[in-house]
Design a protein around this ligand. Structure first.
Ligand code: AMP
Ligand code: GLY
Length: 425
Protein backbone atom coordinates (compact mmCIF):
# COMPACT_ATOMS: atom_id res chain seq x y z
CA UNK A 1 0.00 0.00 0.00
CA UNK A 2 0.92 3.66 -0.36
CA UNK A 3 0.97 5.94 2.69
CA UNK A 4 1.16 9.74 2.91
CA UNK A 5 2.36 11.42 6.12
CA UNK A 6 1.61 15.12 6.67
CA UNK A 7 4.17 17.18 8.61
CA UNK A 8 7.85 18.06 8.57
CA UNK A 9 9.45 17.56 11.99
CA UNK A 10 11.19 14.95 14.12
CA UNK A 11 7.80 13.49 15.02
CA UNK A 12 6.96 12.89 11.38
CA UNK A 13 10.44 11.43 10.73
CA UNK A 14 9.85 8.92 13.55
CA UNK A 15 6.37 8.10 12.20
CA UNK A 16 7.73 7.62 8.67
CA UNK A 17 10.57 5.46 10.02
CA UNK A 18 8.09 3.25 11.86
CA UNK A 19 5.76 3.00 8.85
CA UNK A 20 8.74 2.01 6.68
CA UNK A 21 9.07 -1.18 8.76
CA UNK A 22 5.58 -2.35 7.84
CA UNK A 23 5.53 -5.28 5.43
CA UNK A 24 2.30 -3.90 3.93
CA UNK A 25 3.84 -0.64 2.73
CA UNK A 26 5.49 -0.31 -0.67
CA UNK A 27 5.80 3.47 -0.89
CA UNK A 28 5.73 6.39 1.57
CA UNK A 29 5.21 10.05 0.72
CA UNK A 30 5.62 12.95 3.12
CA UNK A 31 4.22 16.48 2.72
CA UNK A 32 6.24 18.60 3.05
CA UNK A 33 8.83 16.46 4.93
CA UNK A 34 12.49 17.39 5.40
CA UNK A 35 15.91 16.23 4.22
CA UNK A 36 16.12 13.38 6.74
CA UNK A 37 12.63 12.14 5.91
CA UNK A 38 13.52 12.12 2.21
CA UNK A 39 15.83 9.16 2.86
CA UNK A 40 12.76 7.02 3.61
CA UNK A 41 9.90 8.78 1.84
CA UNK A 42 9.34 10.83 -1.29
CA UNK A 43 8.83 14.39 -0.06
CA UNK A 44 6.19 16.42 -1.89
CA UNK A 45 6.21 20.22 -1.67
CA UNK A 46 2.68 20.69 -0.31
CA UNK A 47 2.16 22.57 2.96
CA UNK A 48 0.32 20.94 5.86
CA UNK A 49 -2.45 23.58 5.67
CA UNK A 50 -3.08 23.14 1.92
CA UNK A 51 -5.95 20.72 2.46
CA UNK A 52 -7.29 20.63 -1.11
CA UNK A 53 -3.83 20.14 -2.60
CA UNK A 54 -3.12 17.34 -0.14
CA UNK A 55 -6.41 15.64 -1.01
CA UNK A 56 -5.76 16.12 -4.76
CA UNK A 57 -2.38 14.46 -4.30
CA UNK A 58 -3.84 11.55 -2.32
CA UNK A 59 -6.47 11.04 -5.01
CA UNK A 60 -4.08 11.24 -7.98
CA UNK A 61 -1.43 9.01 -6.42
CA UNK A 62 -4.06 6.56 -5.12
CA UNK A 63 -2.81 6.85 -1.55
CA UNK A 64 -4.31 4.10 0.61
CA UNK A 65 -3.88 5.86 3.95
CA UNK A 66 -2.92 9.41 5.01
CA UNK A 67 -1.55 10.02 8.51
CA UNK A 68 -1.71 13.56 9.88
CA UNK A 69 1.17 14.32 12.26
CA UNK A 70 0.55 17.96 13.17
CA UNK A 71 -2.02 19.77 15.30
CA UNK A 72 -2.81 22.76 13.05
CA UNK A 73 -4.22 20.82 10.11
CA UNK A 74 -6.20 18.54 12.45
CA UNK A 75 -7.75 21.46 14.32
CA UNK A 76 -8.37 23.14 10.95
CA UNK A 77 -10.36 20.15 9.68
CA UNK A 78 -8.07 18.36 7.21
CA UNK A 79 -9.62 14.99 8.12
CA UNK A 80 -13.11 16.26 7.19
CA UNK A 81 -11.79 17.39 3.79
CA UNK A 82 -10.27 13.95 3.14
CA UNK A 83 -13.33 12.06 4.32
CA UNK A 84 -15.68 14.18 2.21
CA UNK A 85 -13.70 13.02 -0.81
CA UNK A 86 -13.77 9.37 0.23
CA UNK A 87 -10.07 9.31 1.15
CA UNK A 88 -8.83 7.13 4.00
CA UNK A 89 -7.17 9.17 6.73
CA UNK A 90 -5.90 8.66 10.30
CA UNK A 91 -6.65 11.47 12.75
CA UNK A 92 -9.58 13.14 14.52
CA UNK A 93 -12.18 15.17 12.64
CA UNK A 94 -12.41 18.88 13.34
CA UNK A 95 -15.20 18.44 15.88
CA UNK A 96 -12.97 16.05 17.88
CA UNK A 97 -9.59 17.79 17.38
CA UNK A 98 -11.12 20.63 19.42
CA UNK A 99 -9.95 18.55 22.39
CA UNK A 100 -6.56 20.16 21.66
CA UNK A 101 -7.80 23.20 19.72
CA UNK A 102 -9.69 24.80 22.60
CA UNK A 103 -8.51 24.66 26.19
CA UNK A 104 -11.89 26.03 27.33
CA UNK A 105 -13.61 23.12 25.56
CA UNK A 106 -11.33 20.52 27.11
CA UNK A 107 -11.69 22.01 30.60
CA UNK A 108 -15.49 22.11 30.31
CA UNK A 109 -15.47 18.50 29.10
CA UNK A 110 -13.38 17.38 32.07
CA UNK A 111 -15.62 19.27 34.50
CA UNK A 112 -18.81 17.83 33.00
CA UNK A 113 -17.53 14.25 33.08
CA UNK A 114 -15.59 14.45 36.38
CA UNK A 115 -12.18 13.87 34.82
CA UNK A 116 -9.55 15.06 37.34
CA UNK A 117 -7.94 18.36 36.36
CA UNK A 118 -7.04 21.74 37.91
CA UNK A 119 -9.90 24.03 38.99
CA UNK A 120 -10.46 26.87 36.50
CA UNK A 121 -12.56 29.75 35.21
CA UNK A 122 -12.95 30.87 31.60
CA UNK A 123 -13.06 34.52 30.48
CA UNK A 124 -13.90 36.24 27.18
CA UNK A 125 -13.57 39.67 28.68
CA UNK A 126 -10.25 41.01 30.04
CA UNK A 127 -12.01 43.21 32.62
CA UNK A 128 -13.75 40.24 34.18
CA UNK A 129 -10.52 38.24 34.18
CA UNK A 130 -8.75 41.10 35.99
CA UNK A 131 -11.50 41.35 38.61
CA UNK A 132 -11.34 37.61 39.24
CA UNK A 133 -7.56 37.74 39.68
CA UNK A 134 -7.81 40.39 42.44
CA UNK A 135 -8.87 37.73 44.96
CA UNK A 136 -7.39 34.61 43.35
CA UNK A 137 -4.58 32.69 45.07
CA UNK A 138 -1.10 33.06 43.57
CA UNK A 139 0.74 31.53 41.73
CA UNK A 140 -1.89 31.12 39.04
CA UNK A 141 -1.87 29.84 35.46
CA UNK A 142 -3.22 31.71 32.43
CA UNK A 143 -3.84 29.80 29.20
CA UNK A 144 -4.77 31.12 25.78
CA UNK A 145 -7.78 29.11 24.62
CA UNK A 146 -6.52 28.36 21.11
CA UNK A 147 -3.36 26.91 19.55
CA UNK A 148 -0.28 29.00 20.35
CA UNK A 149 2.65 26.77 19.35
CA UNK A 150 2.75 25.41 22.90
CA UNK A 151 3.61 28.89 24.21
CA UNK A 152 0.21 30.20 25.29
CA UNK A 153 0.58 29.12 28.93
CA UNK A 154 1.74 31.70 31.49
CA UNK A 155 2.63 30.74 35.06
CA UNK A 156 2.22 33.90 37.12
CA UNK A 157 3.80 34.20 40.57
CA UNK A 158 2.20 37.52 41.54
CA UNK A 159 -0.95 39.50 40.88
CA UNK A 160 1.11 41.97 38.89
CA UNK A 161 2.45 39.25 36.60
CA UNK A 162 -1.08 37.91 36.17
CA UNK A 163 -2.37 41.36 35.21
CA UNK A 164 0.43 41.69 32.64
CA UNK A 165 -0.43 38.21 31.38
CA UNK A 166 -4.08 39.12 30.76
CA UNK A 167 -2.92 42.20 28.82
CA UNK A 168 -0.45 40.15 26.77
CA UNK A 169 -2.95 37.43 25.84
CA UNK A 170 -6.26 39.31 25.58
CA UNK A 171 -5.38 42.90 24.72
CA UNK A 172 -2.00 42.85 22.95
CA UNK A 173 -3.06 39.55 21.31
CA UNK A 174 0.42 38.06 21.49
CA UNK A 175 -1.01 34.79 20.15
CA UNK A 176 -3.65 36.39 17.92
CA UNK A 177 -7.20 35.10 18.23
CA UNK A 178 -5.97 32.19 20.39
CA UNK A 179 -6.18 34.73 23.23
CA UNK A 180 -9.75 35.96 22.59
CA UNK A 181 -10.71 33.68 25.44
CA UNK A 182 -8.49 32.55 28.31
CA UNK A 183 -8.61 29.85 30.93
CA UNK A 184 -7.42 30.89 34.40
CA UNK A 185 -6.33 27.80 36.25
CA UNK A 186 -5.24 26.66 39.70
CA UNK A 187 -1.46 26.21 39.92
CA UNK A 188 -0.48 22.61 40.63
CA UNK A 189 2.85 21.02 41.48
CA UNK A 190 4.18 17.57 40.74
CA UNK A 191 6.02 15.56 38.13
CA UNK A 192 4.81 15.67 34.55
CA UNK A 193 4.26 12.59 32.44
CA UNK A 194 3.18 12.28 28.82
CA UNK A 195 1.03 9.33 27.85
CA UNK A 196 0.22 8.64 24.20
CA UNK A 197 -2.70 6.47 23.15
CA UNK A 198 -4.43 5.10 20.05
CA UNK A 199 -8.19 5.63 19.92
CA UNK A 200 -10.79 4.25 17.47
CA UNK A 201 -13.83 6.19 18.68
CA UNK A 202 -14.70 3.65 21.39
CA UNK A 203 -11.60 1.72 22.42
CA UNK A 204 -8.42 3.29 23.76
CA UNK A 205 -5.03 1.56 23.90
CA UNK A 206 -2.29 3.22 25.90
CA UNK A 207 1.23 3.25 24.49
CA UNK A 208 4.02 3.66 27.03
CA UNK A 209 4.80 6.67 29.22
CA UNK A 210 7.40 9.35 28.47
CA UNK A 211 8.67 12.61 29.88
CA UNK A 212 9.53 15.76 27.95
CA UNK A 213 11.96 18.56 28.92
CA UNK A 214 10.36 21.78 27.73
CA UNK A 215 12.78 24.43 28.97
CA UNK A 216 15.80 25.44 26.89
CA UNK A 217 18.44 25.21 29.63
CA UNK A 218 19.87 22.64 32.02
CA UNK A 219 18.03 22.35 35.33
CA UNK A 220 14.77 23.45 33.66
CA UNK A 221 15.90 27.05 33.23
CA UNK A 222 15.37 29.42 30.31
CA UNK A 223 12.51 29.75 27.87
CA UNK A 224 9.91 27.17 26.96
CA UNK A 225 10.71 25.31 23.75
CA UNK A 226 9.04 22.69 21.59
CA UNK A 227 10.92 20.11 23.70
CA UNK A 228 14.67 19.56 24.25
CA UNK A 229 14.62 15.82 24.92
CA UNK A 230 12.58 12.93 26.25
CA UNK A 231 12.84 9.60 27.96
CA UNK A 232 10.57 6.56 28.04
CA UNK A 233 9.26 4.89 30.12
CA UNK A 234 8.81 7.31 33.03
CA UNK A 235 9.79 5.57 36.29
CA UNK A 236 7.24 7.81 38.04
CA UNK A 237 4.41 6.31 36.00
CA UNK A 238 3.79 3.49 38.48
CA UNK A 239 1.17 0.76 38.43
CA UNK A 240 -0.83 2.82 40.93
CA UNK A 241 -0.80 5.86 38.62
CA UNK A 242 -1.71 3.67 35.65
CA UNK A 243 -4.65 2.12 37.54
CA UNK A 244 -5.93 5.56 38.56
CA UNK A 245 -5.70 6.93 35.02
CA UNK A 246 -7.39 3.85 33.56
CA UNK A 247 -10.22 4.25 36.03
CA UNK A 248 -10.77 8.01 35.88
CA UNK A 249 -9.06 9.52 32.84
CA UNK A 250 -8.41 7.50 29.67
CA UNK A 251 -11.64 5.67 28.86
CA UNK A 252 -13.60 8.48 30.55
CA UNK A 253 -12.22 10.95 27.99
CA UNK A 254 -13.03 8.75 25.00
CA UNK A 255 -16.55 8.08 26.30
CA UNK A 256 -17.11 11.77 27.05
CA UNK A 257 -16.17 12.72 23.49
CA UNK A 258 -18.49 10.05 22.09
CA UNK A 259 -21.36 11.24 24.31
CA UNK A 260 -20.85 14.78 23.07
CA UNK A 261 -21.23 13.55 19.49
CA UNK A 262 -17.53 14.14 18.85
CA UNK A 263 -16.26 10.58 18.34
CA UNK A 264 -12.47 10.72 18.61
CA UNK A 265 -10.34 8.61 16.25
CA UNK A 266 -6.60 9.08 16.24
CA UNK A 267 -4.01 9.80 18.91
CA UNK A 268 -4.84 11.29 22.29
CA UNK A 269 -1.81 12.63 24.12
CA UNK A 270 -2.50 13.02 27.84
CA UNK A 271 -0.29 15.62 29.52
CA UNK A 272 -0.51 14.54 33.17
CA UNK A 273 0.73 16.02 36.41
CA UNK A 274 1.27 13.61 39.29
CA UNK A 275 0.12 15.79 42.19
CA UNK A 276 -0.08 14.90 45.86
CA UNK A 277 -3.79 14.38 45.39
CA UNK A 278 -3.26 12.02 42.47
CA UNK A 279 -2.84 12.36 38.70
CA UNK A 280 -4.47 15.39 37.03
CA UNK A 281 -4.86 16.20 33.34
CA UNK A 282 -2.80 19.29 32.41
CA UNK A 283 -3.74 19.19 28.76
CA UNK A 284 -4.85 17.02 25.89
CA UNK A 285 -3.24 16.95 22.47
CA UNK A 286 -4.89 15.35 19.47
CA UNK A 287 -1.69 14.00 17.88
CA UNK A 288 1.63 12.35 18.67
CA UNK A 289 3.91 14.36 20.98
CA UNK A 290 7.16 15.80 19.76
CA UNK A 291 9.78 14.68 20.87
CA UNK A 292 7.91 11.96 22.84
CA UNK A 293 7.30 10.07 19.59
CA UNK A 294 11.06 9.70 19.06
CA UNK A 295 11.33 7.59 22.24
CA UNK A 296 7.96 5.83 22.14
CA UNK A 297 7.92 4.44 18.58
CA UNK A 298 11.41 2.86 18.70
CA UNK A 299 10.11 0.78 21.64
CA UNK A 300 6.87 -0.30 19.96
CA UNK A 301 6.70 -3.90 18.74
CA UNK A 302 3.55 -3.67 16.58
CA UNK A 303 3.30 -2.92 12.89
CA UNK A 304 2.04 0.67 13.22
CA UNK A 305 0.13 0.54 9.94
CA UNK A 306 -2.01 -2.30 11.30
CA UNK A 307 -2.78 -0.17 14.35
CA UNK A 308 -3.65 2.89 12.22
CA UNK A 309 -5.95 0.75 10.07
CA UNK A 310 -7.65 -0.74 13.13
CA UNK A 311 -8.32 2.77 14.48
CA UNK A 312 -9.82 3.97 11.20
CA UNK A 313 -12.03 0.85 11.00
CA UNK A 314 -13.10 0.97 14.66
CA UNK A 315 -11.60 -2.42 15.58
CA UNK A 316 -8.76 -1.39 17.87
CA UNK A 317 -10.06 -3.93 20.42
CA UNK A 318 -8.52 -6.63 18.19
CA UNK A 319 -5.01 -5.20 18.56
CA UNK A 320 -2.61 -6.25 21.29
CA UNK A 321 -0.34 -3.22 21.65
CA UNK A 322 3.14 -4.26 22.79
CA UNK A 323 6.30 -2.46 23.82
CA UNK A 324 9.83 -3.74 24.38
CA UNK A 325 10.89 -4.09 27.98
CA UNK A 326 13.70 -1.56 27.47
CA UNK A 327 14.16 2.21 27.61
CA UNK A 328 14.89 5.07 25.22
CA UNK A 329 16.33 8.55 25.59
CA UNK A 330 16.19 11.31 22.96
CA UNK A 331 18.53 14.32 23.12
CA UNK A 332 17.58 17.21 20.85
CA UNK A 333 20.44 18.92 19.04
CA UNK A 334 19.42 22.54 18.51
CA UNK A 335 21.05 25.66 17.13
CA UNK A 336 22.41 27.93 19.86
CA UNK A 337 19.95 30.76 20.49
CA UNK A 338 16.84 28.61 20.01
CA UNK A 339 13.97 29.38 20.70
CA UNK A 340 14.68 33.07 19.94
CA UNK A 341 17.35 33.86 17.34
CA UNK A 342 19.52 31.27 15.66
CA UNK A 343 21.34 30.70 12.39
CA UNK A 344 20.16 28.33 9.68
CA UNK A 345 21.91 26.77 6.69
CA UNK A 346 24.95 25.39 8.56
CA UNK A 347 26.44 22.12 7.22
CA UNK A 348 25.94 19.00 9.36
CA UNK A 349 28.52 16.22 9.46
CA UNK A 350 28.65 12.77 11.00
CA UNK A 351 25.13 11.55 10.19
CA UNK A 352 26.58 8.47 8.50
CA UNK A 353 27.70 7.25 11.94
CA UNK A 354 24.12 6.15 12.59
CA UNK A 355 23.96 3.81 9.61
CA UNK A 356 23.54 0.16 10.53
CA UNK A 357 23.84 0.84 14.26
CA UNK A 358 21.08 -1.03 16.01
CA UNK A 359 19.39 0.93 18.76
CA UNK A 360 20.68 4.34 17.66
CA UNK A 361 18.53 6.69 15.59
CA UNK A 362 18.77 10.24 14.33
CA UNK A 363 15.42 11.87 13.56
CA UNK A 364 15.54 15.14 11.63
CA UNK A 365 13.53 18.05 13.02
CA UNK A 366 14.82 20.93 10.89
CA UNK A 367 17.17 20.02 8.05
CA UNK A 368 17.38 20.60 4.30
CA UNK A 369 19.79 19.71 1.51
CA UNK A 370 22.41 22.11 0.18
CA UNK A 371 22.32 22.84 -3.55
CA UNK A 372 24.54 19.80 -4.20
CA UNK A 373 21.54 17.68 -3.10
CA UNK A 374 23.79 15.71 -0.74
CA UNK A 375 25.04 17.90 2.11
CA UNK A 376 22.64 18.23 5.03
CA UNK A 377 22.13 21.78 6.34
CA UNK A 378 20.46 23.00 9.52
CA UNK A 379 17.03 24.48 8.79
CA UNK A 380 15.40 25.23 12.14
CA UNK A 381 15.94 25.85 15.83
CA UNK A 382 15.60 22.20 16.65
CA UNK A 383 17.78 20.38 14.14
CA UNK A 384 18.02 16.69 15.09
CA UNK A 385 16.74 14.28 17.73
CA UNK A 386 19.30 11.65 18.68
CA UNK A 387 17.60 8.61 20.22
CA UNK A 388 19.26 5.59 21.76
CA UNK A 389 17.85 2.46 23.32
CA UNK A 390 19.25 0.70 26.38
CA UNK A 391 18.26 -2.11 28.68
CA UNK A 392 17.26 0.54 31.21
CA UNK A 393 17.05 4.34 31.35
CA UNK A 394 20.61 4.80 32.62
CA UNK A 395 22.06 2.81 29.76
CA UNK A 396 19.82 4.52 27.22
CA UNK A 397 20.87 7.93 28.52
CA UNK A 398 24.59 7.08 28.33
CA UNK A 399 24.10 5.75 24.79
CA UNK A 400 22.14 8.82 23.67
CA UNK A 401 24.76 11.25 24.98
CA UNK A 402 27.52 9.23 23.32
CA UNK A 403 25.66 9.28 19.99
CA UNK A 404 24.98 13.01 20.35
CA UNK A 405 28.76 13.47 19.88
CA UNK A 406 28.77 11.64 16.53
CA UNK A 407 27.16 14.62 14.80
CA UNK A 408 28.53 18.12 14.47
CA UNK A 409 27.48 21.49 13.13
CA UNK A 410 28.43 25.03 14.09
CA UNK A 411 26.54 26.41 17.12
CA UNK A 412 25.32 22.93 18.08
CA UNK A 413 23.49 23.17 21.41
CA UNK A 414 21.93 20.53 23.66
CA UNK A 415 20.83 20.10 27.24
CA UNK A 416 23.11 17.86 29.28
CA UNK A 417 20.56 16.69 31.82
CA UNK A 418 17.94 14.89 29.75
CA UNK A 419 16.74 11.99 31.87
CA UNK A 420 18.57 13.18 34.97
CA UNK A 421 15.28 12.90 36.89
CA UNK A 422 15.55 9.11 36.71
CA UNK A 423 18.33 9.27 39.32
CA UNK A 424 15.65 10.39 41.79
CA UNK A 425 13.30 7.52 40.99
P1 AMP B 1 0.03 22.89 28.67
O1 AMP B 1 0.30 23.41 27.28
O2 AMP B 1 -1.36 23.12 29.15
O3 AMP B 1 0.54 21.50 28.90
O4 AMP B 1 0.98 23.75 29.61
C1 AMP B 1 2.37 23.84 29.35
C2 AMP B 1 3.13 23.64 30.62
O5 AMP B 1 2.72 24.58 31.61
C3 AMP B 1 2.88 22.28 31.26
O6 AMP B 1 3.69 21.29 30.70
C4 AMP B 1 3.19 22.57 32.70
O7 AMP B 1 4.58 22.54 32.93
C5 AMP B 1 2.71 23.98 32.89
N1 AMP B 1 1.34 24.01 33.43
C6 AMP B 1 0.19 23.99 32.74
N2 AMP B 1 -0.87 24.00 33.54
C7 AMP B 1 -0.40 24.05 34.80
C8 AMP B 1 -1.01 24.10 36.11
N3 AMP B 1 -2.32 24.13 36.26
N4 AMP B 1 -0.20 24.12 37.18
C9 AMP B 1 1.15 24.12 37.02
N5 AMP B 1 1.78 24.08 35.84
C10 AMP B 1 1.03 24.05 34.73
N1 GLY C 1 6.08 17.43 23.74
C1 GLY C 1 4.89 18.17 23.91
C2 GLY C 1 4.06 18.28 22.71
O1 GLY C 1 4.25 17.60 21.72
O2 GLY C 1 3.16 19.10 22.73
Amino acid sequence: MKVLVVGSGGREHAIVWKIAQSSQVEKIYCAPGNAGISQLAECVPIGAMEFDKLADFAETEKIDLTVIGMDDPLVGGVVDVFEARGLRVFGPRKNAAILEGSKAFSKDLMKKYNIPTAAYETFDNPQEALEYLETAPMPIVLKADGLALGKGVLICQTLEEARDGVKELMEDKKFGSAGDRIVVEEFMTGREVSVLSFVDGKTIKIMTSAQDHKRAGDGDTGLNTGGMGTFSPSPFYTKEVDDFCKKYIYQATVDAMAKEGREFKGIIFFGLMLTEKGPRVLEYNARFGDPETQVVLPRMKNDIVEVFQACVDGRLDEINLEFEDNAAVCVVLASAGYPVHYEKGLPISGLENFQDKDGYYVFHAGTKFAEDGKTFLTNGGRVLGVTALGKDLKEARANAYQAAEWVSFDNKYMRHDIGKAIDEA
